[in-house]
Design a protein around this ligand. Structure first.
Ligand SMILES: C[S@@+](CC[C@H](N)C(=O)[O-])C[C@H]1O[C@@H](n2cnc3c(N)ncnc32)[C@H](O)[C@@H]1O
Length: 199
């Protein structure tokens, strides 16, 4: 998976890494920044996604320009899956659409422009869910997706280490959920990884 990353994917990843770095340095307002995961977190996300059971949908909440989706596309292609990725803002969705076209991954990624909260509950079985939207929405997404995770399915929340205080209620809620085993991986800005337990 990591030994043969297609050139169009690598090229678009590099472009987005450059834009993200520049945005963080030149005072671009937070809402306009890509705010994407660092490369090492993208790699871990793809590694973990490739390990989930075959049955169940793959979801990503918060696409931005599609950087983490590009990492996840590597695993989706390997496993013959489609990644459904949700982006609220039309301008970010347009950037993501451009990313997926340039990277030639439109066959494994389906972009949904809109509020994920209205849709994630429609997936009756979920094998993988990456939550990377506004931290205030994490609990709501978890409440809709958690019950539909298949056995050994993964739910991963981003930015947990940098928002430990703001996310304390969400973290406590997930850690107290006896249907999940949960660990905090110190990768990127902290990934809270939960796996659905065998009952
Ligand atoms: C941190 S960025 C995502 C970064 C992306 N996962 C990456 O690593 O490349 C968060 C994105 O979530 C989007 N977002 C926020 N709330 C959302 C919602 N309810 N549904 C869908 N997208 C949402 C924001 O517009 C923003 O583009």
């Amino acid at each position: 998976m990591f030994h043969n990353i297609p050139k169009p994917v690598l090229d678009r990843m590099k472009e987005l890494e450059e834009i993200d770095t520049r945005d963080r340095q030149d005072g671009t307002p937070h809402i306009k920044r890509l705010n994407q995961v660092p490369p090492e977190a993208g790699k871990v996300l793809a590694f973990l996604a490739a390990s989930v059971p075959d049955q169940g949908a793959w979801l990503e909440i918060g696409t931005s320009a599609g950087y983490s989706s590009l990492w996840l596309s590597l695993a989706a292609r390997q496993k013959g899956k489609t990644l459904y990725t949700f982006e609220l803002l039309p301008e970010k969705a347009a950037l993501a659409r451009e990313s997926f076209k340039k990277a030639k991954v439109e066959d494994v990624i389906e972009l949904k422009n809109g509020d994920a909260r209205g849709h994630v509950g429609d997936f009756a079985e979920v094998a993988f869910c990456f939550i990377d939207c506004e931290k205030e929405m994490f609990s709501e997404i978890y409440e809709r997706v958690g019950p539909n995770l298949v056995r050994d399915g993964l739910m991963i929340a981003a930015n947990v280490s940098i928002y430990l205080e703001d996310l304390s209620e969400f973290i406590a809620q997930v850690e107290a959920d006896t249907s999940l085993d949960t660990v905090l991986l110190p990768v990127g800005k902290g990934l809270l990884v939960s796996r659905k337990r065998t009952p």
